[in-house]
Design a protein around this ligand. Sequence first.
Ligand code: F6R
Length: 610
Amino acid sequence: MCGIVGFVGKKEATPILLEGLRRLEYRGYDSAGVAVYDPERGLQVVKTKGRIQVLADQVAARGGLRGQVGLGHTRWATHGAPSDVNSHPHVSENGRIAVVHNGIIENYAEIKEFLQSTGVHFASETDTEVVAQLLEYYYHGNILDAVTKVIHRIQGAYALGIVCADCPDRLIAARKDSPLILGFGEGFHVLASDVTAVIEHTREVCYLDDGEIAELTADHCWVYDAYLRPVEKERRHVDWEISAAEKGGYEHFMLKEIMEQPKAVRDTISPRIQDGRVVLDGVELTPEYLKNLDKIYIIACGSSYHVGMAAKYTLERMLRKPVEVALASEFRYCDPIVTPHTLALVISQSGETIDTLAGLREARRLGARVLSIVNVVGSTIARESDNVLYTWAGPEIAVATTKAYSTQLAVVDLIALYCAGQMGTVSRAEYDALLAALQAIPEQLETVLERREEIQYLASIYFNHPSVFFIGRNMDYAVGLEGSLKLKEISYLHSEAYAAGELKHGTISLIEPGTLVVAVAGCGHVFEKTMSNVVEVKSRGADVLGVTVDSRREAMGRTVDHVLTVPDTETALLPSLEVVPMQLFAYYVALMHGCDIDKPRNLAKSVTVE
Ligand code: F6R
């Protein structure tokens, strides 16, 4: 979603803003802009539909933008089509106040009508412009006063960056439900939607909380609450290496991140296994608490939800407790049955997905304890959870998640083992076998990755199939969901995932000669059942690409057109291996279609609007 970067200091702002915007490109955007305060010419704005390079070219064509304070923005259109005029920054009618915004101002129509009745003319169709115009309306010489009045008047989600020409040595920021960080340096301050935009300049950051306002000059940073009372903020050091946010020789971030999975999973599990036991420091899952647990409610979106689907099978089998998996966007409005004995397991790579965050808050309001699995350290979901288990995947830049998904699965497996150990629901032998199998996953992932040429070859055979169905049962179904999402999001092919046994209840009518079916069949106890469904689609003319474990290659090969295999492992861990051929297949198909793999159309990395 929209990306914000701001700079105030003793250097030229424009190169820093443009570089920051490039680093935020991965969030997904359709237009971009910058506003810089030039001491001789006042506030200067350049904004355009299209890529950052188009913006940079326009800035260069004007001979650059001079000034040491400024804002940059990448826009992912919500209100008003992508266009030059709808791009941010938006400026008040008299050109005094420039604003960039991430989020949605829900009551913008009513405010716009009000401002129009006072004679204000609007240039764009956006909700954001009302913030710029409303700031001007409330501005009587003190920009902070105007900001507090505005944040009490607007409803919805916002991260705001503001520059006022009357106080051109400072940036103002405000936040509610959309992420915003402040970065501290020698003689400068930055603000940004996430750390990737600023780690080149500083690793000392703090996270603004809801309702807070920040005022930044080159040498000072003040944070206030919504009534301008000073707030003390804790600074954090960011460990991520800048190289982690670069392609390192790979053609795409997605491929780099797929290849990083063995390391990411190793980094995630190793520190949490000591002396043959899973150790989850700081997580309050005591035997007493677990005994009284009535339900685990998993809340997530997209691929994180698919991790939840796989987790349900593992957790229910190992803990014998009911597990419900909810799409966060549904959970928040479904009047869920949650009690103080419910554990809400919230899964999110970014830690900022607005629906997931709202689901977390709803679960807490209803009395649940919240344990979250999050990749971005210090993100809002991490901060608002009772306990957090971080995935140590490092920054994930490609829009399509891969290594975050794998590390989320690994954390689920750790939780399952930990709780089963606390509750005594699995035998010591089963526990040991599962733990050993989990520790073997990074090496087995390397084996799967070594087979990528075979996957590339199969992608070259199947890439032109216009419609693809993924089928599987049990954990294999959960993997199919993720395989299907990967394919559609980056290659734009139509694809659907079905529980294999469900196909004949309607969807099989879509199978005709030439339809591609990807059959995932690693789970031993349902292998024969899935193979019966494969026979059903084969006899209707489908081409079938099978995915199974090494030991069933031959058995599957007798029925399907091609087979891809992964090393054998415990059933509970199959998704960790099976997902990799899915990721690579989607990647190579998208490559053959010439798609913009790291920045697929219409998608955003961090979905901070409903
Ligand atoms: C798909 C993908 C999305 C995210 C979803 C949730 O490849 O990345 O479906 O999984 O938007 O995002 P997080 O995990 O950041 O809450």
